[in-house]
Write a protein that binds this ligand. Structure first.
Ligand SMILES: [Zn+2]
Length: 194
């Protein structure tokens, strides 16, 4: 078990679409509440799938969250009582790739537990640079899997589809959507963007 008083740390929860990242984040935050520690959760403004201002899992659990435009907005929200900082959908923040690592390192160095959830790869199966950098410096990284809609194997990739065909490689990296736009696929069933 993590002894929360023993110092700061960074935890990364990553994986493809539909892998349960937000559920896992909320599960950890429920433990934080049970331990009577103060937490603040953040969600990027671009995550418009759900009500702004809360993290909501597919199974309906929720945690209040503050909406941010940049990772650099976070320090101004924190007071001395906060023990845990949670950031959902980190890949949606439109910051330079180094920014998330710099800010999370600074918070962890101050003794905070920082828990970040986000996609590790974009729809082209390329790493999201901010997530990749955070994973490199994190104390703990958990990679979650979805189930491939084609074959039932463990899925690690987010297939973006337009009229049933893979989205072209030159499509925008960020397009927020759910099952109408994305499928979880395994390595073998993933169709590369062209
Ligand atoms: Zn498959």
């Amino acid at each position: 078990m993590t002894r929360l008083s023993s110092g700061g740390r960074i935890e990364v929860i990553c994986g493809c679409m539909f892998s349960g990242k937000t559920e896992e984040l909320i599960r950890r935050l429920n433990h934080v509440r049970l331990a009577r520690q103060r937490l603040i959760a953040f969600t990027p403004r671009r995550d418009t799938r759900y009500r702004l201002g809360s993290l909501v899992s597919h199974n309906g659990l929720s945690v209040e969250a503050r909406v941010i435009d940049s990772i650099r907005d976070i320090p101004a929200h924190l007071d001395v009582d906060v023990h845990v900082v949670a950031i959902d959908e980190l890949h949606l923040l439109d910051d330079p790739p180094d920014a998330a690592r710099e800010v999370c390192q600074e918070l962890a160095d101050r003794g905070l537990r920082v828990i970040v959830a986000g996609l590790d790869q974009d729809f082209r199966a390329q790493p999201f640079p901010a997530m990749a950098q955070l994973m490199a410096v994190a104390e703990q990284v958990d990679k979650l899997y979805a189930i491939c809609v084609r074959c039932g194997a463990y899925a690690t990739r987010s297939q973006r589809l337009i009229n049933g065909k893979p989205a072209p490689a030159n499509a925008p990296t960020i397009v927020v959507g759910g099952q109408e736009l994305y499928e979880a696929r395994c390595r073998a069933c993933y169709e590369p963007a062209r």
